[in-house]
Design a protein around this ligand. Sequence first.
Ligand code: TRP
Length: 362
Amino acid sequence: MKKIMLTGDRPTGKLHVGHYVGSLRRRVELQNTGDFDEIFIMIADAQALTDNADNPEKVRQNIIEVALDYLACGLDPEKSTILIQSQIPELCELSFYYMNLVTVSRLQRNPTVKSEIQMRNFEASIPVGFFTYPISQAADITAFKATVVPVGEDQMPMLEQTKEIVHKFNSVYGETLVEPKILLPENQACMRLPGTDGKAKMSKSLGNCIYLSEEPDEIKKKVFSMFTDPNHIRIEDPGSLEGNTVFTYLDAFCRPEYFPEFLPEYENLDELKAHYQRGGLGDMKVKRFLNNVLQAELEPIRNRRKEFQKDIPAVYEMLKAGTEKAEKVAAETLRDVKAAMKINYFDDEELVRMQTAKYTEE
Ligand code: TRP
């Protein structure tokens, strides 16, 4: 069986370090292993509209931002097909048929949808499109016959829902759809990178995210104001790592080679952590180290982004070519799906023959 990777992001803002350690970095690594027959990266604008219906301009503006962030991180259109969801009508058709295989109560039990409904104060009036986006996400994944979907932990319920739809479809209509496997981030810190204020949710309005395109002085400012251990007041006090954002970021970003480069008095992160817990290591020193690490990680991304920013029309051309290529694949799947469901009246000669026979035998 072909190895096909698919994943995507909602274009509601520039991508930040949470996206990077949660999924982007892994995608680029996987892309560069050459292990995959096909890679599809989706800018999920139609999904973004499910809770931004009144603000299409925001979605429109952010498509190019997400595309630039992708290219900046090293996604290579020669190896990965980057596509815009809304421009592939086959995805809507698939969603429509999958809706028959999912119950309202099953959607209500989806934990990610549940918490998003709360976050958006949708309790009293949930838009149907928003409520059903897990079904549309199943269409995204199955349209491209994805076998591997690298995403953050919050997407686990979507993958579960997709697998259920695949099973249901295949058992009712015959083996047609491919079951995807989820690929989660490698460590806990990458799984849930908190905002710089220590809050679980990174958001533009809270001002607690570091964007991939952030300038060096902004990165520094955000690192130096990061949440640490509020009880670690004097340097000699023992410090706690639990919920300590600076250490969480180090877990997500630190590489062994950064110690000789920026903090040669420590061998590795375990040694640094042990000293902090023992007492005698000040927050400022750790923050200075983290700042160096983040600057080293983000500088090449920012520079590459600036190169791509010089030719915006070329980025749109790339998106158009990727979307066209992807649509052909989705159209093939839709054809298979309709054939399996027997709603392919006009390309089924057997059907015409049978109906003819029915009326000539009489
Ligand atoms: N739900 C994903 C997010 O919020 C975006 C997305 C849409 C996606 N379709 C997808 C992710 C298909 C993986 C596969 O980030």
